[in-house]
Design a protein around this ligand. Structure first.
Ligand SMILES: NC(=O)c1ccc[n+]([C@@H]2O[C@H](COP(=O)([O-])OP(=O)(O)OC[C@H]3O[C@@H](n4cnc5c(N)ncnc54)[C@H](O)[C@@H]3O)[C@@H](O)[C@H]2O)c1
Length: 152
């Protein structure tokens, strides 16, 4: 069984991915800055199925599965040291990267939204790769199905 970090693990793709990997017996840690929840509040929208907050979701998973999910609230686009240090400490063998602003329509709302999206998504991936190199981790990075083998 592996130690796996799911970046963007509070999101649409990330949460079920984290649960599946945890159910398979892997040791799973989620990193997410909860920006998707902030965007939903900004847009005044919510899911048809209410989405509980992270502590409640993690507690529910523990109740039904007996398994523990770790969670860290880190903005991986802007807290490089936080990301690097968390990865060095957890020492994952695999990182699954979903931590992006996903919506093209949101990115086109204004100049600010466009710059926010590019800054967030480009920096997040760049910081991830830099953190893998700097921490010396021998880790498999999966970015939405695109695999990269890092060796420090
Ligand atoms: N939803 C789909 O059907 C689908 C299909 C193919 C590809 N994708 C891609 O997968 C990725 C995730 O999509 P999703 O639908 O799960 O989106 P989502 O918005 O539901 O999830 C993304 C998560 O990443 C987090 N996040 C964003 N920026 C972050 C940052 N700087 N630091 C830490 N956390 C951050 C958000 O808070 C959110 O929880 C996107 O790149 C999307 O384009 C999605």
């Amino acid at each position: 069984m592996a130690r796996i970090v799911v970046l963007g693990g509070d999101g649409f793709c990330g949460w079920p991915t984290a649960l599946k990997l945890s159910a398979e017996g892997h040791q799973v840690a989620i990193i997410d800055n909860l920006s998707r929840r902030r965007i939903d509040a900004e847009l005044g929208v919510e899911s048809l199925t209410p989405i509980a907050d992270m502590p409640e979701r993690i507690a529910a998973w523990k109740r039904v599965s007996g398994k523990t999910l770790a969670f860290a609230n880190i903005d991986i686009a802007h807290d490089y040291e936080g990301l690097r240090d968390y990865l060095a400490d957890f020492a994952p063998q695999t990182i699954v990267h979903f931590a992006e602003q996903r919506a093209a329509p949101y990115s086109m709302k204004s100049s600010w939204h466009k710059r926010y999206t590019v800054d967030n998504n480009v920096n997040a991936t760049h910081n991830l790769l830099a953190a893998v190199v700097e921490s010396g981790l021998d880790v498999h990075v999966d970015d939405q199905g695109i695999s990269i083998q890092g060796n420090g």
